[in-house]
Design a protein around this ligand. Structure first.
Ligand SMILES: [Fe+2]
Length: 282
């Protein structure tokens, strides 16, 4: 008998194990802790390798030159994307639809559901290698949002004709800065993330940018600086985006907490999930 092939211990092989086990363990009340440990360790290795390949000087220049906005193609390893695709299938029945005339139409899944049904997405959110990469780029000690924040790690789903979001800032209700990371998950659409840069930079003319969030693409920006929208979905198209939020302070005044919760209830996740941390479909 020969020795086990060396690829048996390769992260991709372990990730395949994770993919198989994730299809078995979808019980909201019984997350598999051993699977979770494997998932976290492999994700960490994958993200560390992805960060090591980056052209750091170019990224840093782009981020600051674009007034704290970065668009980065093909950041996510295909092995991670394949597991995310599996998790997307599990998440689809949990999508909460919402419609605000003149501003927003689409669906979302909040963190309370994501942490159980999308552990590989949550693992990237919590990855220390990823957080350190972000900290270095934005030059701030950013950290995870509190677990009670449904935007911390959430899914945005554009699945019906006309799904879109109007122009807005990702305003920080926390006592300091809030950063948004978007990952393209699936994009069979002509929709674009349209951004207006330098809107609060008195020394520069504003710039427009329209980008497609293909699978594995990363977008990072300071929520209070980038004015952005998503153009309407056309008939027969689909678009899914993972959104991650990081902050420099976890503190929030009770009044702004109330405002933030009301906005999240109406525009994103529903009252039951935001105020009672419950997915109404579970
Ligand atoms: Fe936004």
């Amino acid at each position: 008998m020969g020795a086990l092939p060396s690829r048996s211990f390769h992260p991709i092989y372990l990730y395949t194990i994770r993919l198989i086990t994730s299809r078995v363990s979808t019980d909201m009340d019984s997350p598999d802790s051993k699977t979770s440990v494997v998932n976290d360790a492999v994700t960490e290795a994958m993200i560390r390798a992805a960060v090591a390949k980056l052209d750091w000087p170019r990224l840093e220049h782009e981020y600051w030159e674009q007034d704290e906005f970065l668009y980065l193609n093909n950041f996510l390893p295909p092995e991670v994307l394949r597991v995310w695709e599996q998790e997307l299938t599990t998440l689809r029945p949990r999508i909460h639809r919402n419609y605000i005339p003149g501003h927003k139409k689409g669906g979302s899944v909040g963190y309370d559901t994501m942490r159980v049904l999308a552990p590989a997405m949550d693992a990237v959110y919590r990855s220390q290698s990823f957080i350190q990469f972000l900290q270095k780029l934005v030059r701030a000690e950013i950290k995870e949002c509190p677990e009670s924040d449904p935007h911390r790690c959430a899914l945005y789903a554009y699945t019906e004709q006309g799904d879109h979001i109007g122009f807005h800032y990702d305003t920080s209700y926390y006592k300091d800065r809030r950063y948004t990371v978007l990952f393209g998950l699936r994009d069979d659409s002509n929709s674009r993330l349209v951004c207006r840069l330098h809107t609060r930079n008195a020394n520069r003319e504003t710039e427009w940018m329209a980008v497609k969030l293909a699978p594995g693409t990363l977008v990072l920006f300071n929520g209070d600086k980038v004015y952005h929208a998503v153009t309407p979905l056309q008939k027969g198209e689909e678009r899914f985006v993972l959104t991650l939020q990081y902050v420099t302070s976890e503190e929030m005044h009770w009044f702004w907490r109330f405002v933030s919760n009301m906005k999240d209830s109406i525009a994103y996740f529903g009252f039951r999930q935001v105020f009672f941390n419950r997915d109404p479909k579970v």
